[in-house]
Design a protein around this ligand. Structure first.
Ligand SMILES: Nc1ncnc2c1ncn2[C@@H]1O[C@H](COP(=O)(O)OP(=O)(O)O)[C@@H](O)[C@H]1O
Ligand SMILES: [Mg+2]
Length: 293
């Protein structure tokens, strides 16, 4: 198995990746969404997954989170081959996903949203309807939001009255209640303004500090370069480059996204880089930079 192009690149980082995808291939009917895709992420590391619309980013996240099954390829979790055939498998392993639509209940308050589906019942199994330890849930909610430096006016506010950044923060905090080792974020800042984006990026840093392995999909390379350690590029469902952020430029990443040839930059870890006409990179920088939709 050749993993050279996507191996953990910092030799000072301890140990094996928490999550390793090898040769993931996925079809939707006749559509080949992913072909032989590799990805690794280690504890305390944030890997950005980038690529144009339709590149296969969300599909890859769905394969890891058990929503979709790959036609070929394997998933290693803490070095062991695993199958993830549903959301429950992912949760049991310690893989949490925050999807773009967040799935928060607007009419419920922050505490209720955090514990939705896992209401705590003293002495009973999780999820059983009965007397819920409201005060305990509220205390844990406040503690959790505190450690993540999420500032909310009141945890008893309905989430409908929160800002987009605060809602995203609540969704991320909720994903942490199961103490996951891996956190997958699908476009967490796509709908946010500048200040709210900063709030969410700060959370990504805190996830790393807490030792989570983070995979974050983003269209915004400024965000990616601000908080991620590595960037993995997908193009037409294939790996098209992997970069160490400290050694790469946004232009190099854009070239990999668009298929333009950026030359042989030192930080480029071009796995299976395909040669395509140059000249799209500048447009793409513009497009990506302006993406707040
Ligand atoms: N449920 C689906 N049914 C059929 N095709 C799909 C489905 N989901 C995604 N695709 C296709 O798979 C490819 C990858 O999509 P996706 O993973 O959503 O890309 P990205 O998240 O990078 O924009 C695209 O060609 C898309 O049209
Ligand atoms: Mg997507």
């Amino acid at each position: 198995m050749t993993q050279a192009h996507d191996a953990p690149l910092d030799s000072s980082r301890d140990g094996a990746p928490v999550l390793e995808l090898r040769g993931i291939t996925k079809f939707y009917g006749a559509v080949r969404a992913l072909t032989d895709v590799d990805l690794t992420v280690a504890a305390g590391e944030a890997v950005a997954l980038v690529g144009d619309n339709g590149a296969g980013k969300s599909t890859l996240i769905k394969v890891v989170s058990g929503v979709e099954q790959p036609a070929a390829g394997g998933i290693l979790f803490e070095g062991r081959p695993v199958t993830v055939t549903g959301a429950q498998d992912a949760a049991t392993l310690g893989i949490a996903t925050v999807y773009q639509d967040l799935a928060l209940c607007d009419n419920l308050d922050v505490v209720a949203n955090l514990f939705l589906g896992r209401e705590r019942v003293r002495g009973g199994p999780p999820g059983v309807v009965g007397w819920m330890a409201e005060s305990e849930m509220e205390r844990r909610a406040v503690d959790l939001l505190d450690t993540l430096a999420v500032r909310l006016p009141d945890v008893r506010m309905p989430v409908a009255s929160l800002s987009g950044g605060q809602r995203q923060s609540v969704a991320i905090a909720r994903s942490l209640l199961g103490e996951p080792k891996v956190v997958l974020l699908d476009e967490p800042t796509a709908a946010l303004g500048v200040a709210q984006t900063a709030q969410v990026l700060d959370m990504v840093v805190r996830l790393k500090q807490r030792g989570h392995a983070v995979v974050v999909i983003s269209h915004n390379l400024a965000d990616v370069f601000a908080v991620c350690d590595r960037v993995v590029v997908l193009r037409h469902g294939r790996n098209n480059g992997s970069f160490v952020v400290a050694e790469a430029t946004p232009e190099m990443v854009v070239a990999a996204i668009t298929g333009a040839d950026a030359g042989s930059g030192t930080g480029a870890r071009a796995g299976r880089r395909v040669g395509l006409p140059a000249g799209h990179a500048q447009d793409a920088v513009k497009d990506l930079g302006g993406d707040e939709s």
